[in-house]
Design a protein around this ligand. Sequence first.
Ligand code: ZN
Length: 138
Amino acid sequence: MKSHRKELWFNTTSRRQLLNITTEVQNEINESGIKDGFVLVNAMHITASVFINDDESGLHQDYENWLEKLAPEKPYSQYNHNTYEDNADAHLKRTIMGREVVVAITDGKLDFGPWERIFYGEFDGKRRKRVLVKIIGE
Ligand code: ZN
């Protein structure tokens, strides 16, 4: 069995942003040489997510609206967590959007349905944060 590990770094320009990282993940699979196995992709921060969905801008705006209804960023004073920080909403958004995804690798490719793409969901950005990519297989 082979194994490959890589950290992908991101620094978003806004507090909340969704980045399609499918190509970066596929590049790691290519580099690993693994043709049959699994890839785990997880955010290494508790205010960011990795999830799979459609790369469609209307849906991305719907996520923003929906998450702001569930856990509005402001007023900061509504959250007990916001004593030394202002990112309670980002912790809650990360929980609902998930920490990680696992995808099968077949013939050296992400074994996806037609519209599945991997996203990094940033909820407290404008600083360097990372995602772990771990690939196992042969
Ligand atoms: Zn916090």
